[in-house]
Design a protein around this ligand. Structure first.
Ligand SMILES: [Zn+2]
Length: 515
């Protein structure tokens, strides 16, 4: 039997404990047929076999991102990137060029300006933005903050005047003369944003197709697509029908939209499946809305809150199971996790793998119950870092902070943990996620090794959606989904893991060059 594709002279990390490393592998069609030494693969090389000599490059199972919002990511990619602007004149130039490519009534949406990088050391004024684009409405978000700058057209369309009062938690900048300065802060930024029209389905389709290319270029061969809106379901179906999905997709639909996903579910094949129902039990820690068993340490009257009663949660879980998909349950605080585990304990049946998203605030009894129920924990490494960076976990949680996102403890206790990006909220990059987990600063005893971190994006991620028999490791009989890196991650400084290039991707047995 001769292979269609053979990879030789490689540094292969299989993620298969029975054969952790190898030198070569052979693929026929979309499956791996042999893993071993160059000599082992030689008999499979025939006249029509494409042979890829890798000169020691690193070969991994294709990365799997367990949490990405592809349509939102596509929308963000369409925005004007302002991170390179070093002055207000630079900013104006970028807007002018963008305006030339657009109809005069279309919104110019930008992101990434930062006045500390400007020679002027201040945000742009309304007049400066009007000078760059008078007829197009312009809204430009600042980097790493809920602050936007807008031109006159945008302010008019939003119905904002000098008399408009900022909403609670927001601020509207004024000039010394009391005129609008064009800068809107925190909740006041939404005054402008709400005037931006929703993209048409065609615009969203093109944006999403563009996002798909970026995902493929990041070496990601499978994703869990967290759907936010109903319109995404028909976009996924169109991309699928047009063969424009450059990775496998496990669609995770909000529980309330399950009925709308019937048509898409009927199109399931090896590339696409509707596999999960998203259920939200509580909020986030940064806004103190994660449900805790005991109050926040810096706010004795507040324990956060459950967004669902136990009965409501159980009803949603039962509906997901009846629909034939995995319950994917967001539970952040220990109370939410405890309630979720109670529901899992009552509804556990063979063949069902429950997934808890975040499972952030833990303690040893909860960790033991996670293990006992075979519940999978899915996390987003950059989200964890951001959480620790933006507020003091110790102040807010006291002793509980020690077991906040305790990744190493979870793995040591035998809980399956898998990782994703939460792109576009955080950057899309499995390698960045690996770097974050191996260089963790808060509670460094929870750091992972590079191999452990890679498992979260490969074999554990496949397990998290019940697809471990087909993918996640490089073994005979599994799907040929492979990511090829320019360097071995253990040979670069840990702070440079994110910069290692993805050179090739093999998806479904097809070799694709990443440029
Ligand atoms: Zn998300």
């Amino acid at each position: 039997m001769s292979a269609t594709l053979a990879i030789v002279n490689a540094n292969i990390k299989t993620m298969n404990p029975k054969q952790p490393v190898a030198q070569a592998l052979a693929i026929k069609g979309n499956k791996i047929i042999k893993v071993g030494t160059n000599g082992d693969i030689e008999p499979f090389i025939g006249d029509n076999t494409r042979v890829l000599h890798l000169e020691g490059k690193t070969v991994l199972p294709g990365f799997i991102d367990t949490h990405i919002h592809v349509a939102d990511y596509g929308r963000c990619l369409m925005w004007l990137d302002l991170t390179g602007a070093k002055s207000i004149a630079d900013l104006q130039q970028l807007i002018k060029e963008k305006a030339k490519t657009m109809l005069s009534d279309r919104w110019i949406i930008g992101q990434g300006w930062n006045e500390t990088r400007f020679t002027e050391q201040r945000p742009p004024t309304v007049a400066e933005l009007d000078e760059a684009a008078a007829s197009n409405p312009v809204i430009l978000y600042r980097e790493a903050a809920m602050i936007c700058a807008a031109n006159t057209k945008a302010i008019q369309l939003a119905g904002v005047t000098e008399q408009t009062q900022p909403p609670a938690g927001g601020a509207i900048d004024k000039t010394p003369e009391g005129k609008l300065a064009g800068v809107f802060r925190d909740t006041a930024a939404n005054l402008i944003w709400q005037a931006v029209p929703e993209p048409t389905e065609d615009e969203l389709l093109e944006a999403t197709a563009y996002a798909s290319q970026k995902i493929f270029q990041a070496g990601i061969t499978s994703i869990n697509w967290l759907v936010i809106s109903e319109s995404e379901l028909s976009i996924i179906q169109k991309l699928h029908e047009q063969d424009r999905l450059l990775f496998r997709v496990n669609v995770v639909v909000p529980e309330a939209l399950l009925e709308k996903a019937v048509a898409l579910k009927s199109k399931s094949n090896e590339i696409l499946r509707v596999g999960g129902a998203f259920i939200v039990t509580d909020g986030y820690l940064d806004s103190k809305e994660a449900a805790l068993q005991k109050p926040y340490s810096d706010d004795p009257a507040n324990s956060g809150k459950m967004l669902l009663s136990e009965e409501q949660l159980e009803a949603q879980v039962k509906r997901a199971l009846a629909f034939g998909v995995q319950p994917v349950i967001h539970a952040m605080g220990d109370k939410a996790i405890d309630t979720t585990l109670g529901v899992i304990e009552r509804n556990k049946k063979d063949g069902v793998r429950f997934r808890i998203e975040q499972a952030a605030v833990l303690n040893m009894p909860l960790i033991k119950r996670l293990k006992q129920q075979g519940a999978v924990v899915t996390i987003q490494p950059k989200v964890i870092t951001t959480e620790f960076a933006v507020w003091s976990a110790n102040q807010r949680l006291g002793n509980r902070a020690r077991l906040l996102h305790p990744l190493k403890t979870l793995l040591d206790e035998g809980v399956n943990v898998a990782a994703g990006s939460d792109c576009p909220m955080e950057p899309l990059s499995a390698l960045l996620g690996v770097e974050e987990m191996v260089t963790r600063q808060s509670y460094p005893e929870q750091r992972l090794s590079i191999d452990e971190a890679l498992r979260l994006y490969t074999v554990n991620a496949a397990y998290s959606s019940g697809e471990e028999a087909a993918k996640g490791s490089l073994e005979e009989g599994k799907l040929a989904d492979i990511t090829i890196l320019s360097k071995d991650l253990s040979e670069v400084p840990t702070g440079e893991i994110k910069d290692v290039a993805v050179d090739f991707v093999v998806l479904n047995g097809m070799l694709l060059v990443v440029t």
